[in-house]
Design a protein around this ligand. Structure first.
Ligand code: PLP
Length: 353
């Protein structure tokens, strides 16, 4: 594999003879079976989709490769996005790969260090605004309406087209759709895209079932759960710190047509999940990604019975994006010792015995 999603799924994507089939190796990410956490929750078929294995470390690459290919096809000379971090990292990388200038609008002080480092390294023009993500997106929309620069946020329809390929891969790995899909919800593009992917594969006869779509927002940034935009969204999970989701209606449709739910989890629940996924499964994901598993834990506590059910959690991004948070939030098992064998033996006894 490694053919990239444009070539692999071209019949399901807006690919024409004029679309450049660019790829940086996005998609085809691992679906890993849980070894410990599933058992603890009474679920013998729990899987994690590791979207952090994409070229820039998040699922955003699936949509970005399509958006950038279509921008090239249309003769675009530059692209712009507003971002909580991962969209800008992805746009900047694909822009560098295709020699297309990239302008990113990011909320000052709200983007995790790893993501900012990526946008800088890939050479994007970075505009830090004194405002939050929602105001950055409003500005990017206004600017790209007025100037001939292509907007590559998920309001660009090509982004969701690319992102739906995550659902295709899950079906290919499992032979059919799972019973439940747990997914974090920020701007709500991804839950909308996954639902579309499941519907399209079913319609094409490649799957029989449809999953219940279980979306989770952070408590301080839960406009869909509360039924109204949140002016000042707050959560440690910066990738889902969004108060007025662009794909609000898509998320509601996914929930209602699938018989699923959109609920919220607290920052403490997110951090607990984040630590458990790393220390009990060996998977280091972003805090925002952990909202999916935090949601699963919450549902199980409320009595959801997963016996005989197949469950997939989407881990949307790589934990290395936000190392500050890991260092701050994990109780480390580090000891400083003298460089002698005796000191190593003394210190290791507690762990090894
Ligand atoms: C963008 C992003 C999300 C949220 O996805 P939406 O499509 O905005 O709902 C979640 N996790 C990570 C790591 C992201 O980068």
């Amino acid at each position: 594999m490694g053919a990239g999603i444009l070539e692999t799924y071209r019949e399901f994507l807006p690919v024409t003879d004029a679309t450049p089939l660019i790829t940086m190796g996005e998609g085809n990410t691992p679906l890993v079976k849980s070894n410990r956490l599933g058992k603890e929750l009474g679920c013998d078929e729990l899987y994690f989709k590791l979207e952090g294995c994409n070229p820039t470390g998040s699922f955003k690459d699936r949509g970005m490769v399509v958006a950038i290919a279509k921008a090239l096809e249309d003769g675009s000379r530059a692209v712009m996005c507003a971002s909580t971090g991962n969209t800008s990292a992805s746009a900047a990388a694909y822009g560098a790969y295709c020699d297309l200038p990239v302008l990113v609008l990011i909320p000052k002080g709200e983007v995790a260090m790893g993501k900012l480092a990526q946008a800088m390294a890939y050479g994007a023009r970075i505009l830090m605004i004194n405002g939050n993500f929602d105001s950055a997106l409003a500005l990017a929309r206004a600017y790209t309406c007025k100037h001939s620069v292509t907007l590559v946020n998920s309001v660009n329809p090509h982004r969701l087209e690319g992102q739906k390929t995550g659902a295709f891969e899950i079906i290919e790995s499992l032979g059919d759709a799972p019973d439940y899909l747990f997914i974090p919800v920020g701007n709500a593009g991804n839950i909308t895209a996954y639902w579309r992917g499941f519907l399209e594969y079913q319609r094409a006869g490649r799957s029989l079932r449809l999953p219940k779509m279980m979306g989770f927002q952070a408590e301080g940034a839960a406009p869909i759960v509360r039924g109204a935009p949140v002016a000042n969204p707050q959560t440690i999970a910066s990738a889902i710190r969004i108060g007025n989701p662009a794909s609000w209606q898509g998320a509601v449709d996914a929930r209602d047509s699938s018989g699923g739910t959109i609920d919220m989890v607290s920052d403490d629940e997110i951090l607990d999940a984040y630590r458990m996924i790393a220390s009990k499964e060996g998977i280091f994901c972003e805090p925002a990604s952990a909202a999916s598993f935090a949601g699963l834990v919450k549902m199980c506590r409320q009595g959801l019975n997963l016996e005989g059910q197949r469950v997939v959690c989407i881990f949307t991004g790589n934990g290395l994006k936000d190392p500050d948070l890991a260092v701050r939030s994990v109780v480390s098992q580090t000891t400083e010792i003298e460089p002698t064998l005796e000191a190593v033996e003394a210190a290791s006894l507690a762990t090894a015995s």
